[in-house]
Design a protein around this ligand. Sequence first.
Ligand SMILES: [Zn+2]
Ligand SMILES: [Zn+2]
Length: 95
Amino acid sequence: MLSYCQRPGSGTGACKTMEPPGSCQSCRQAVTASRLQYRRGDTIVHNHALLQCDICERYACAECLRVYNIYSGYDFLCHECARELEQARVKGGGH
Ligand SMILES: [Zn+2]
Ligand SMILES: [Zn+2]
């Protein structure tokens, strides 16, 4: 799968892997419990940490990251990536 150890020279030995930051990487706001309630259809998913956008791989809070039904069932996409994806779909005219 994806590797997050791609910064040779910048580390001091310890490789920081997949540790969600304490603030949203999209809106830069500190994460609170209410920002970890991700909507998935009609249900709300409570999460203990930030989720990652499937495309740009930024960790985003619930306000920036929504669960979109785009590919199969659900995908985690931030607003920016979802908008770009939908525009690309419209331009492409479906399949
Ligand atoms: Zn955010
Ligand atoms: Zn994104």
